[in-house]
Design a protein around this ligand. Structure first.
Ligand SMILES: CC(C)(COP(=O)(O)OP(=O)(O)OC[C@H]1O[C@@H](n2cnc3c(N)ncnc32)[C@H](O)[C@@H]1OP(=O)(O)O)[C@@H](O)C(=O)NCCC(=O)NCCS
Length: 146
């Protein structure tokens, strides 16, 4: 929802070295028909968010963020599970994302969901400069067509 843009951007500042601005999220949530977002709330406060672009039959995961005070409590896992559960029926047959090669927490999380390493994008990130690990998760073909 566009009104969640401020809370999501505050979360981004805590979680990423090059966060998207509030304006970018407002535009994304209001105007990007491919954007699909989920937030996690505790007592009415947004403490986690996950975003994905639905492009034909692919889901490109854009950002998954859990407030530092609420990590290691299963929130990230719950967000990804819910995102997959809700978007697979939209016809998504594969998911992809990039992640910093040093981001062991996120890589471990995605591997738990069957994402597989598919390559390296050299110098993909800035601030600091770092390669990205490209991950893909494909549904079994019988599941994708049933
Ligand atoms: C990555 C992130 C979303 C994980 O969120 P979280 O709520 O702490 O994750 P969960 O508690 O659901 O953990 C799920 C799994 O992720 C892995 N994991 C999470 N944190 C980890 C850590 N610090 N070290 C190693 N593995 C970790 C584990 O496999 C864990 O499963 P387990 O608890 O059974 O061992 C969170 O650390 C975060 O917001 N990081 C900053 C932003 C970011 O890097 N986003 C991803 C960019 S693609």
């Amino acid at each position: 929802m566009p009104e969640d843009a401020a809370a999501i951007s505050e979360l981004e500042i805590l979680c990423f070295s090059s966060p998207w601005s509030k304006e970018a999220f407002t535009k994304e949530l209001a105007e990007n028909p491919a954007a699909w977002y989920l937030v996690g709330e505790i007592e009415g406060r947004i403490v986690a968010s996950a975003g994905l672009w639905l492009i034909v039959d692919q889901g490109h995961i854009i950002n998954v963020a859990v407030h530092p005070d609420f990590r290691r409590q299963g929130i990230g896992k719950a967000l990804i599970a819910e995102m997959l559960r809700r978007t697979e029926p939209e016809g998504v047959v594969s998911y992809t994302l990039e992640v910093r090669t040093s981001n062991r927490a996120a890589i471990a999380l995605y591997l738990e969901f069957g994402f597989c390493p598919a390559g390296i994008r050299k110098n993909y990130y800035e601030n600091p400069a770092e390669d990205a690990l490209l991950l893909w998760r494909n549904l079994p073909s019988d599941e994708a067509t049933s």
